[in-house]
Ligand binder design. Structure first.
Ligand code: SF4
Ligand code: SF4
Length: 163
């Protein structure tokens, strides 16, 4: 399956809904909670950016979490724990490959000219982010801005909540 981190750049933005999302941090993990989501979507996608969301969903942020509905209840999650890690902002990555060469564990690969980081292989050394000429590789902070997208079967995305 194509890595979900590259999917954000391919979404078609459908609309914006206003509601509340909340955040808690224990200094390591970040816990986000939001209102229950109707089951009209194929999946939910959480993205973040150090910059405030500006209604340009195609050029904004890095995807950190893809969420499917529960197999039994068909309900989507209303909470997510996001671990610290390194994430790529697709619109900022120019595909130069410098970070791929720098990574000591082979956790980074290029897909369609954009970098994808495998969180299972990443050892959080930070060499990639310091080698990136465009600051495309970022880490999470509880001061970041988060957006929850509802994505339909045709990759149409609706902004459900933002923080
Ligand atoms: S933090 Fe280190 S191990 Fe992880 S992707 Fe970057 S260079 Fe590779
Ligand atoms: S170094 Fe930065 S711009 Fe170059 S491929 Fe890696 S993330 Fe993209």
């Amino acid at each position: 399956m194509r890595p979900f981190i590259t999917v954000l750049a391919a979404l078609i933005l459908c609309g914006v809904a206003n509601s509340e999302m909340s955040i808690e941090s224990d200094g390591e993990d970040i816990v986000l909670t939001w209102d229950a989501v109707e089951d009209e979507y194929e999946h939910l996608l959480m993205a973040f950016s150090p910059d405030e969301y500006d209604d340009d969903g195609l050029e904004w942020g890095a995807a950190v979490l893809k969420m499917l509905p529960d197999e039994e209840t068909a309900e989507f999650p209303v909470e997510a724990v996001i671990s610290q890690g390194y994430y790529v902002i697709p619109s900022t990555c120019i595909g130069c490959g410098l970070c791929v060469a720098e990574c000591p564990t082979g956790a980074i690969s290029l897909s369609d000219g954009k970098v994808v980081i495998d969180p299972e292989t990443c050892i959080l050394c930070g060499l990639c982010t310091s080698s990136c000429p465009t600051d495309a590789i970022v880490t999470l902070s509880d001061s970041d801005h988060f957006v929850l997208f509802g994505v339909d079967n045709e990759s149409g995305a609706t902004v459900l909540e933002e923080l």
